[in-house]
Ligand binder design. Sequence first.
Ligand SMILES: C[S@@+](CC[C@H](N)C(=O)[O-])C[C@H]1O[C@@H](n2cnc3c(N)ncnc32)[C@H](O)[C@@H]1O
Length: 164
Amino acid sequence: MGQEDLHKAREAKKDEFYTQLVDIENELKHYREHFRGKTVLCNCDDPRVSNFFHYFSYNFEQLGLKKLITTCYKNQERDLFSQHNSERAIWLEYNGDHNGNRVPDPEEIGINYLQGDGDFRSQECIELLKQADIVVTNPPFSLFREYVAQLVKYGKKFRNCFEL
Ligand SMILES: C[S@@+](CC[C@H](N)C(=O)[O-])C[C@H]1O[C@@H](n2cnc3c(N)ncnc32)[C@H](O)[C@@H]1O
């Protein structure tokens, strides 16, 4: 492996780093009042493994959210270190608890198929971005600049909580 290959491998590994629930809770407790009545998008998050989806779906009523949208990139298998071997991705929509148990039950979560692979830069994902008031995720490290540029392009305010 040359230096460049090592660099690429390191970045790829960071791309598949999953954020811990405790870190999400510790960070987002500072912004609770900003979420009331808002549509939140997590656009680099396989909802079956993302703790961002977990956090917002389980705290939906407490935060007073309007809607939670989550898109996943390529892989539809339930493994933490995705091989990205499925080209078609899904997006989920959650509008809160309907049966009063304060838990996001599977039947309360709308599952939709994307035409493409769920790349946050694709037109169908951009349409979801346009619906969002707030975007919260940990994007792939290797695409960080593109990710931020897209937020700026579509007029989404953001706060960078990463230490780069
Ligand atoms: C650093 S991980 C973080 C995952 C999740 N947001 C979290 O914090 O637990 C970045 C995620 O972005 C996904 N990803 C990679 N390239 C992407 C792209 N072009 N569009 C959308 N998601 C992408 C990866 O599969 C990975 O799940």
